[in-house]
Design a protein around this ligand. Structure first.
Ligand code: FAD
Length: 587
């Protein structure tokens, strides 16, 4: 049950405006909401227990805010105070200490079931420290990291090697044509692994950042599972909305990041190079570096006997863009995860035969029958060997004479620029040691990684991770000691081993992502993941498993979808109104 804790105070905002404002002064008057001061805006959606509405009896139908003390029992971290709104009104039962986080809620008349609420995070007024931070990469992780860092008052430079924001979502028709398997370190690099027809495998209402709804826009791809261009446009919108483009240095790749220790203080030397201008090299010192370089660009290959002498064409899905070159070919696709399944179906439209080799089929799988509507896709177990006459033999006993082997086998974490003097390494595709997948204990909080977990809803997870980092850097959150963080990592590895999982699954959060998100939410004082998000994620996963060919266009959870949509539209409006208020205040 939610109860306002000691040190809480209520404040009244003007009716009709649903907003939250961080570190700025708000007054309500008969003419509406007035805003003074300068700050970054924040709206985080949340379903708040009906107890709030009960506590705010008499205020129903109006938008209210509530300021409450932070150090409530049971929280593992404590915060210092936040700047409170200017026109705060004490109400009986609450004292106005001016300390704490700020919560707001809109109630709709007597209907307390459909509330929208959010949290304003403590501003940097009191115990806070501003750092000069380098963010590597302007994809989904780097952009939200920049926003969270800016909100906390840090100085931020985002280095992005390409010409645009969006990372993997910026479709690039180029491929690494000189090295289709990505074996050579010196090959010409292409970052994005998107193929032309790719549509998201998550519905848009849970895929976007929690406080910047991924809603359809006029004249754009409005599908629930849109194509890659729509995601790229959304990320561009996000960057523009939060004025992030001002702090991105485009066409600038980070070539080297190294730590310097000076009297117990760690700082970072960052060497960058303007792309295509080898002489334009620059070195700068930063207090902190956040690594957001993505992990879907360095191909990981299947290994099987005879691979190097097999005469056909081998390529990795990183270099797959469209199916025309597979016309009339017999193709072996290695990997039955999302990309393997989707690409197999696309290729099957033009190929003679497609044979998917997987290691995670269910025990009841029938290898003798073709699958799906195409009639030319077969499943197989792992490859036993590939022969010089072009034959590929499978472990279950099947064999096929193939023209192309397409590796849809995932990617390696890859940090060619990072020199931590051995403090962080990639071992069996596990990046470590990292406290909670983010901080190397000995270098925390000055070095951090965003977006490592996989089999997750990534944007929301990156949002929470980066908020944690931003607050740890500003010293609003105290991390555990180096030894405690190290112990935590060790026990995580021990648990992994005890459960029989290989180290390469260390960042796989298929069954743990929401616990992890909620842990991060708790650390940062954010709202826990809303139930409807989890319900939609689970409904989508189930539908995807049952109907892999149609789940993007037909779904049984239409009611949930509509409900989520309505909430997001309301949140979207509040987000835009809030920013308008702030912009007006700045004028
Ligand atoms: P990226 O998007 O890869 O961004 C990293 C950025 O860092 C890039 O812009 C890159 O140019 C830059 N960079 C890298 N190295 C350097 C350097 N040295 N110097 C400067 N800049 C550098 N997620 C979903 O939520 N839904 C989906 O449906 C979905 N489908 C996917 C399909 C495919 C084929 C792939 C590959 C991924 C998919 N994902 C999906 C996951 C997707 O990766 C995440 O959604 C998210 O975009 C990851 O963002 P990121 O910022 O971590 O990485």
């Amino acid at each position: 049950m939610w109860k306002p804790s000691t040190g809480a105070a209520m404040l009244t905002l003007c009716p009709g405006i649903l907003c939250s404002l961080n570190g700025i002064h708000v007054t309500s008057s008969s003419s509406g909401l007035r805003v003074r001061g300068r700050a970054h805006c924040h709206v985080a959606s949340a379903s708040v227990s009906t107890e709030i509405a009960k506590n705010s009896a008499g205020l129903r139908g109006r938008t209210i805010g509530c300021v409450r003390g932070w150090s409530s029992a049971g929280r593992s971290q404590s915060f210092s105070s936040a700047t409170c709104f200017g026109a705060m009104k004490s109400r009986s039962g609450f004292t106005s200490s001016g300390n704490g986080d700020i919560r707001w809620i809109k109630t709709n008349g007597d209907d307390t079931s459909n509330q929208t609420a959010g949290v304003v995070y403590p501003s940097k007024s009191c115990k806070s420290k501003s750092c000069k931070v380098a963010v590597i990469g302007a994809g989904a992780a780097g952009l939200v990291t920049a926003r969270e860092l800016l909100r906390e008052g840090h100085d931020v430079i985002v280095f992005e090697q390409t010409k645009s924001v969006g990372g993997v979502w910026v479709y690039d028709p180029e491929i690494e044509g000189d090295d289709l398997l990505g074996l050579s370190q010196d090959r010409k690099r292409v970052h994005s692994s998107m193929y032309a027809s790719l549509r998201t495998n998550l519905p848009r209402e849970i895929m976007g950042y929690t406080d910047f709804p991924f809603l359809p826009r006029d004249g754009r791809d409005g599908r629930r599972f849109p194509g890659h261009a729509e995601v790229a446009a959304y990320l561009q919108d996000f960057a523009e909305f939060y004025h992030l483009l001002d702090c991105v240095q485009f066409s600038t790749s980070v070539d080297y990041v190294g730590s310097c220790k000076d009297q117990n203080k760690i700082s970072w030397k960052v060497r960058t190079r303007r792309r295509h201008q080898t002489d334009d090299v620059k070195e700068e010192q930063f207090d902190a570096v956040v690594v957001c370089n993505g992990h879907y660009s360095q191909p990981k290959l299947a290994e099987f006997p005879g691979s190097s002498s097999w005469p056909g064409v081998q390529m990795h899905s990183h270099n797959y863009r469209e199916p025309s070159s597979f016309t009339d070919q017999t193709v072996v696709v290695i990997g039955n995860a999302a990309s393997g399944e989707d690409i197999s179906r696309e290729i099957a439209d033009v190929a003679k035969e497609v044979h998917i080799s997987g290691r995670t089929w269910s025990a009841s799988v029938d290898f003798s029958e073709p699958i799906g509507q195409h009639g030319n896709i077969w499943r197989h177990s792992t490859i036993e060997c590939a022969c010089e006459d072009g034959t590929v033999l499978f472990a279950e006993g099947g064999c096929v004479s193939a023209d192309i082997i397409l590796h849809c086998t995932g990617y390696f974490y890859h940090y060619p620029f990072l020199d931590t003097k051995g403090e962080v390494a990639v071992d069996e595709n596990c990046v470590g040691p990292l406290y909670e997948h983010v901080f190397p204990p000995s270098l925390a909080p000055s070095l951090s990684f965003v977006g490592l977990p996989w089999k997750v809803v990534p944007f929301q997870l990156c949002e929470l991770q980066s908020r944690w980092i931003a607050m740890a850097l500003s010293r609003k959150i105290d991390l555990p000691s180096t030894q405690e963080m190290m112990d935590s990592v060790e026990s995580f590895y021990a648990e992994l081993e005890a459960s029989g999982k290989p180290k390469r699954l260390a960042h796989n959060m298929a069954t743990t992502q929401y616990d992890y998100d909620n842990w991060l939410a708790d650390q940062t004082g954010s709202a826990p993941v809303e139930t409807w998000r989890i319900q939609i994620f689970e409904a989508t996963s189930k539908n995807k498993r049952a109907n892999p060919e149609t789940y993007r266009d037909e779904w049984p959870d239409e009611e949930l979808h509509q409900e989520a949509f309505a909430r997001l539209e309301e949140l979207d409006l509040s987000c835009r109104l809030t920013v308008e208020c702030i912009q007006q205040a700045k004028l």
